[in-house]
Design a protein around this ligand. Structure first.
Ligand SMILES: [Zn+2]
Length: 336
């Protein structure tokens, strides 16, 4: 399993370390200019634009927001596009506005000071490889621990998934039921064409190399879906024979290494899409997406989607591959 099929973190707002003492407003035709003032300095203070329409749409009064659902009680198109304040008053802790559509709003200055801060992801990654993977020690919980303190185990498991991309649960009886009980302690189970919980063995039950005894190269699952599963759990219920070792790869580490060492190839994987496909009796899934995706807001590495066996078998040769360099810096031909 390669890490990175789905972003699990919510985005958080970055708070500036600068203590902003005062704030002033200047009204323009469609926005306030919001000026952050430090002490008595008059010039060189940072300022931002605060559009009236946006501000009116962010009123959080009891009339605008349903106090039980925390959702809006109106449609955004109900607000006049050219809405303007007919009166505003800046107080010690809040801005009061009377709008020309007859509505009144109050906004806390603390909130106003933060609305222009960039969104950053506060996430701790530990990039690992075959040498450093053995340093990971805080990524395992046991069934006994779950029985004693479920919440503590849920936190530990989630932290490990976010930090390393994987975690272990030990001490589960090797049956499908026991495995499902352990999994549903933490997450709901996704329904798929294989089933919600299902057994995989080398019996060719589905048209998938996972149902053979062949080597499975590192991959992410469900590349042929628009929303790939964010997490997959494996449990070996029985074992006879030799081989069958589990291979884990830190996909974010691999992608970061590629970006550092061969940025032109990394670029190719972020700019060009692949056609993904899965065909089996009664099912035909297909999807088109990039191998490497960045978060649209933070621009951070966000998702990796790769499975060689599910690339669509197309007769169309690639044309105009964007970002591809066909020779490396030593003049050798590259396969892109
Ligand atoms: Zn309101």
């Amino acid at each position: 399993m390669i890490r990175g099929t789905k972003e699990l973190l919510k985005l958080t707002i970055f708070h500036t370390e600068i203590e902003l003492r005062r704030l002033s407003l200047k009204p323009f035709h469609d926005h306030f200019k919001i000026i952050f003032t430090h002490g008595n300095e008059e010039n060189g203070n940072p300022s931002q634009m605060l559009y009236y329409f946006w501000l009116r749409d962010h009123c959080r009064c009891g009339e605008c927001i349903n106090s039980r659902t925390f959702q809006k009680s109106y449609h955004i198109l109900d607000i006049p596009l050219n809405v303007k304040p007919i009166q505003y008053h800046l107080e010690e802790k809040q801005l009061s506005v009377i709008w020309d559509d007859g509505h009144s709003s109050e906004f806390s200055l603390e909130w106003l000071k933060n609305v222009h801060q960039p969104i950053v992801r506060q996430r701790e990654y530990f990039f690992w490889n075959k040498d450093t993977g053995s340093d990971i020690v805080d990524n395992s919980i046991s069934l006994d621990e779950i029985k004693k303190n479920k919440t503590k185990c849920q936190i530990k498991l989630l932290k490990s998934l976010l930090k390393y991309g994987f975690a272990f649960i030990a001490g589960i009886e090797p049956t499908l039921n026991a495995t499902e009980n352990a999994i549903t302690t933490f997450f709901p189970v996704n329904k798929t064409h294989f089933g919600d919980m299902w057994q995989v063995t080398n019996n060719y039950l589905h048209n998938d190399t996972a149902y053979t005894d062949s080597f499975l190269a590192p991959h992410t699952d469900n590349t042929y879906w628009t929303e790939a599963a964010g997490l997959i759990a494996f449990h070996m219920l029985s074992y006879e024979g030799t081989g069958g070792n589990t291979l884990l790869v830190d996909g974010f580490n691999a992608a970061t290494n590629l970006k550092n060492n061969r940025p032109e190839l990394y670029d190719t994987l972020t700019k060009n899409v692949i056609e993904w496909e899965y065909v089996d009796e009664g099912v035909h899934y297909s999807n088109i997406d990039h191998i490497i995706k960045h978060h649209p807001l933070t621009k951070d590495l966000w998702q990796i989607r790769v499975y060689d066996y599910h690339m669509r078998d197309t007769e169309r040769a690639p044309q105009n591959v964007e970002g591809a360099s066909h020779k490396d810096n030593k003049g050798r031909n590259n396969r892109v």
